[in-house]
Design a protein around this ligand. Structure first.
Ligand SMILES: Nc1ncnc2c1ncn2[C@@H]1O[C@H](COP(=O)(O)OP(=O)(O)O)[C@@H](O)[C@H]1O
Ligand SMILES: O=P(O)(O)OC[C@H]1O[C@](O)(COP(=O)(O)O)[C@@H](O)[C@@H]1O
Ligand SMILES: [Mg+2]
Length: 351
């Protein structure tokens, strides 16, 4: 069997370990020929490939980034793919001589995997994303690493914030889901965690920060990039998410900057000097935690086994302690957002 491996979307610590797991099982145990596509669908379209064998994956589990590169280059020029685009895609798939394709990515990539599986292409999904917003799987590799980096940032901001009696606002990633903010905030004992799922008004935010000051502490606010400020009147629509100039590789607005919007508003309403920090891509860089390496390796092994079994159209999902093959349809179509009770658990102690 010739098995391709392709990464798409933002990188996520653990992707190298996942590739290594798939190759060790696929090549050494099952006797597959394996090939990696460079920079996501760019490598597929342009025929830019590398052979994946045991020497190619030696020592890569502790390494950050991903040896194959990743991108947001789309599989088809038009989103859903026209008839001609699907025909060209099938011809390219055949030219590569593929019997199967492992797609390493988040909700966007797995949506593409499902589109391909629905058309009869032999694909298996391997879930990754620091955002942890992919449904059907308990955790995605990369999330634990991102949370540990973000919670270290919380700890560091707290000491400087307390020395100056300032309110510190830390912005972390999380386009549609606040998992990184929630976990880093809870781990670091943040006074407030603001996430995309649950808009809060600026008056409420300022009231919490003032309460913290009144009991002699300095506030540490963790905010996810996709957070939106609620209107004063609870029936009003929340503000739009704050974006930066330019679009990402898939043509979506780039999020970021909400901390810099919140800080002056908090300062104005409370009189407390406030500073903003945007953590940015530091959260995705560097070596994965041991947890992410293990999860990624096991996911890679399960994906290679799925290929051997011909279990196409599935994704290797973590459910409890086991990696299960679930239908791609159970993973895509809706995001795994923070449930209300998890938010309430933290919110009852805000301020
Ligand atoms: N609904 C879709 N239709 C076609 N292509 C898509 C779709 N969603 C995502 N893609 C492609 O898959 C890529 C990866 O998705 P993205 O959301 O960027 O990352 P992730 O897979 O990590 O969630 C996108 O950049 C885009 O090229
Ligand atoms: O790398 P870029 O294009 O700046 O993307 C930033 C986005 O990627 C992420 O880090 C991860 O998103 P995906 O898992 O969907 O790729 C988001 O948290 C963030 O909004
Ligand atoms: Mg995504």
């Amino acid at each position: 069997m010739k098995l391709g491996v392709l990464c798409s979307g933002g990188d996520s610590p653990g992707m190298n370990a996942a590739i290594r797991g798939a190759v060790l099982r696929g090549v050494d145990v099952h006797g597959f020929e394996m090939v990696g596509f460079m920079d996501g669908w760019r490598g597929f379209h342009e025929g830019d490939t590398v052979p994946l064998d045991r020497p190619a994956v030696r020592g890569i589990s502790p390494l950050g980034g991903v040896m194959l590169g990743t991108s947001r280059v789309p599989p088809f020029p038009s989103r859903a793919g026209s008839r001609e685009e699907w025909e060209a895609f099938a011809a390219r798939f055949a030219e590569h001589g593929l019997d199967g394709l492992l797609l390493i990515g988040g909700n966007g990539t797995q949506t593409v995997a499902k589109m391909l599986a629905d058309r009869g292409f032999p694909v298996v999904g391997l879930p990754k994303t620091i955002d942890n917003d992919l449904d059907g799987t308990d955790y995605t590799f990369g999330f634990d690493t991102a949370v540990s980096i973000a919670s270290e940032a919380v700890d560091r901001l707290r000491t400087t914030g307390e020395s100056h009696r300032r309110c510190m606002v830390l912005e972390v990633m999380g386009r549609d889901a606040g998992w990184i903010a929630l976990h880093a905030g809870v781990a670091g004992g943040a006074q407030l965690v603001l996430i995309p799922e649950y808009p809060e008004s600026i008056e409420q935010i300022a009231a919490w920060v003032a309460e913290v000051r009144d009991r002699g502490r300095s506030s540490l606010v963790v905010v996810a990039e996709g957070f939106r400020i609620a209107g004063h009147d609870s029936s009003a629509e929340p503000s739009e998410a704050v974006t930066r100039a330019g679009l990402d590789g898939f043509g979506r607005p780039r999020l970021g900057g909400i901390a810099e919007v919140l800080a002056p508003l908090i300062e104005e309403l409370t009189g407390i000097e406030t500073r903003a920090t945007v953590l940015g891509h530091v959260q995705r860089g560097g070596s994965p935690t041991a947890f992410d390496r293990v999860l990624a390796t096991r996911s890679g092994i399960a994906a290679a086994d799925a290929a051997l079994a011909g279990a196409w159209g599935t994704m290797a999902a973590l459910q409890g302690n086991r990696i299960e093959l679930i239908p791609l349809g159970d993973a895509v179509g809706r995001l795994k957002t923070v449930p209300h009770e998890r938010y309430q658990e933290a919110r009852l102690n805000f301020g």
